[in-house]
Design a protein around this ligand. Structure first.
Ligand SMILES: [Zn+2]
Length: 324
């Protein structure tokens, strides 16, 4: 029989499933309200991390996503044990997320146009890239090549999966070899970097899209401060690991708030996909067309790609728990 306490719970004890505290502005946010704003804080525009499922729902035409290779499951090839065994970690992550591994790929449509897409889920062992994640990225690329439809990859990853050792590092080569073939075949590739995009994912496919988009204030970097500073032998400028810094240095083409992400990708696809009838086909290739389109957009909306300064200042310590 449950014990009944003679007093009411404290008023500041918010039920965790009802409220979320914003790490950007410390405001308590009602979860239902937060879902309506696509999990972006209405006060400081902090972009919360979202699951692969939620991301797909936000981006593609309703009901159009058909998942492929949902049952692709990682194996413990090395018999890896840290504080727990790798199979135990996998099982815990699978129970928590309902996924087999940290990426979901499939075919979908955006404004009626078919795409091949792969979305990473940070909730599954930090979105780390092991053999299954690499394989799904590669298969999404292969499908884009075979069907000649655009490739969309949404990254959210701490990097390589330590528990798969060298197998994990091999995914950098595997994913990049497919992406290079996609690009050589002039099939459009849009990369979306969300918080965080670091380590081996940053070092492979995430920053080589024909168009690289990022969410405001997303953590984007290869390694942590100490490793980066130690490697190049000098102090790094403040904020170097945020989307806005990469944007100002040309690595990121656009910083797009989540509410505009679907529309922005759709308009990019309109520029990147050559029309089927030859009459209105522009003379230049997909990449140069996208660049001039981006320049036009940047000119028209100058200043709106910088995100929210408050979120930038307060968000510096978020997302440190990455996997390498
Ligand atoms: Zn906030």
């Amino acid at each position: 029989m449950p014990v009944r306490l003679p007093f009411r719970p404290r008023r500041d004890a918010y039920p965790p499933d009802l409220w979320t505290k914003c790490p950007g502005c410390a405001e308590m946010l009602f979860n239902k309200q937060l879902d309506k704003t696509l999990r972006v804080c209405p006060h400081c525009s902090h972009h919360f991390r979202i699951s692969a499922k939620a991301r797909i729902e936000q981006l593609v035409d309703p009901g159009s996503f058909v998942e492929r290779d949902a049952d692709l499951t990682p194996v413990d090839a090395l018999g890896f044990v840290d504080l727990k065994t790798y199979p135990d970690r996998l099982m815990a992550a699978q129970l928590a997320t309902g996924l087999r591994d940290a990426a979901v790929w499939g075919l979908a449509a955006m404004a009626g146009k078919p795409i091949s897409m792969c979305v990473m889920d940070f909730g599954f062992i930090g979105g780390s890239m092991g053999s299954v994640v690499g394989e799904k990225v590669a298969r999404a690329g292969e499908a884009a090549l075979a069907e000649r439809i655009p490739l969309l990859i949404v990254s959210s990853s701490g990097g390589a999966r330590m528990q798969e050792g060298t197998y994990s590092l091999m995914q950098l080569v595997k994913t990049m070899s497919v992406v290079e073939r996609v690009k050589a075949a002039r099939v459009p590739f849009i990369s979306v970097m969300t918080d965080p995009t670091t380590g081996g994912v940053f070092a492979s496919f995430a920053v080589v899209g024909d168009v690289n988009l990022a969410e405001p204030n997303a953590l984007i970097r290869f390694a942590g401060d100490r490793v980066s500073a130690g490697t190049i032998g000098e102090e790094l400028p403040p904020g170097y690991q945020r989307a806005e810094f990469w944007f100002s240095h040309g690595f990121v083409d656009r910083i797009v708030p989540r509410a505009r992400l679907r529309d922005e990708i759709i308009s990019l696809l309109g520029f990147l996909i050559a029309p089927l009838n030859g009459h209105s086909e522009p003379p230049t290739g997909p990449t140069s067309r996208s660049r001039s389109f981006l320049n036009a957009l940047t000119g028209a909306r100058s200043g709106d790609g910088n995100g929210d300064s408050r979120a930038s200042e307060t968000g510096q310590t978020r997302g440190e728990a990455t996997n390498g």
